[in-house]
Design a protein around this ligand. Sequence first.
Ligand SMILES: [Ca+2]
Ligand SMILES: [Ca+2]
Ligand SMILES: [Ca+2]
Ligand SMILES: [Ca+2]
Length: 411
Amino acid sequence: MHRILTSTSMKIRSNILVLVMTLMLLLSTTYAVGKSNTKHNYLLSNYSSFTDIGWHLNQINITGAWDITVGSEDIVIAVIDSGIDWSHTQINNSWKNVDELPGDGIDDDANGYIDDTHGWDFTANDSEPGPEATDPIHWHATFITGIICAALDNIGVAGTAPNVTVMDIRVLDASNYQDTSLEGLGEAIKYAVDNGADVINLSLQYYAPSNLYLDDIQYAITNNVPVVSVTGNTWAGGIEYASYPGAYDEVISVGATNYFYQKADYSNFGLPWTEIMAPVGDVEPWIPSQIINSTYPPPYSPYGNAVGTSFAAPQVAAVIALMRTINSTMSVNDFRTILQTTAFDLDAPGVDPLTGYGLLNATAAVLEVYNRTYPLIIEYSRLRMTLFLGLVIITMVILPIITKRKKDRRF
Ligand SMILES: [Ca+2]
Ligand SMILES: [Ca+2]
Ligand SMILES: [Ca+2]
Ligand SMILES: [Ca+2]
């Protein structure tokens, strides 16, 4: 009787031990997961309620990336382009130079630019890159900005990285042509780097290759700022042509695909400069439902379609911004390699002259950065699970056997 009681109390004690250990392990695991989620406040739980996000975002597999992040406002994409009209209700994420006081004629932050509260106009050399009564803009940059960060709210269109910030830097005129010297383009790139850009988008084609701005692209890379540009357009059907600045090795050159996962009819091509593709649509035939839709500034209707490799590059820049939201210190080379290795292979197997490494795959790219950034949390979970299962086996299987053996010996 005494011995039976001892055996029962041992069992109770071991069961209590299992219970306590289980609770502790569950609590610690929950805590670890909860910690990783709240520490990085960029999770969006209800993106699936946004039904109409645009065919191009579905083709780049964006929703799995949004499971991880929709981007942080701390991550800045410099759009070096035609000047942005922020009056559009769907684009709200303008970069602000908080160290600069407006309108006092003083360069308060001593960055070399007077009153640059929200970017710089390198065409007129003034502090207003956006539209002015005496200095209108082309719609190009506003359309690009919608592709990057249009609000994710079931109104109009959705951006690729809806929560990131855009820095407005103007280098193109009201007809969308080059309106700075090549040195001026270089200064624009340097401005972006010096003022905190995390990614630079250059939807610019047919620039003369020149060390006057290549040195500034290299300055960006040295400062770990990826530079994204385009393969360029030739409306008659696309040609094998090295368009600069995209053709520089330092630059991620993006071509456009159509609705059917083929190179878009106008997208220029050729190796080694054609690196990755993003969906925009063909120009012929003009089928609006198969062409990217984004934000237009007044006096146009607020949304519309447009084609060109210009609208492929910002999708890649935005996905890099999502990747940088997860890991701001990963190298340009790592971001680039991840984009290449995670791309959907198109056209001929492997890297090919029409589509490079293939189509941008946002989910795979962002997930790869996440997995490289948080391997310890996963390892810890595994360790806890192993310890937990070990304890269960010891207390539920081995201890009763030992107890039974002792009992058998005693009888
Ligand atoms: Ca300044
Ligand atoms: Ca000032
Ligand atoms: Ca201006
Ligand atoms: Ca291929």
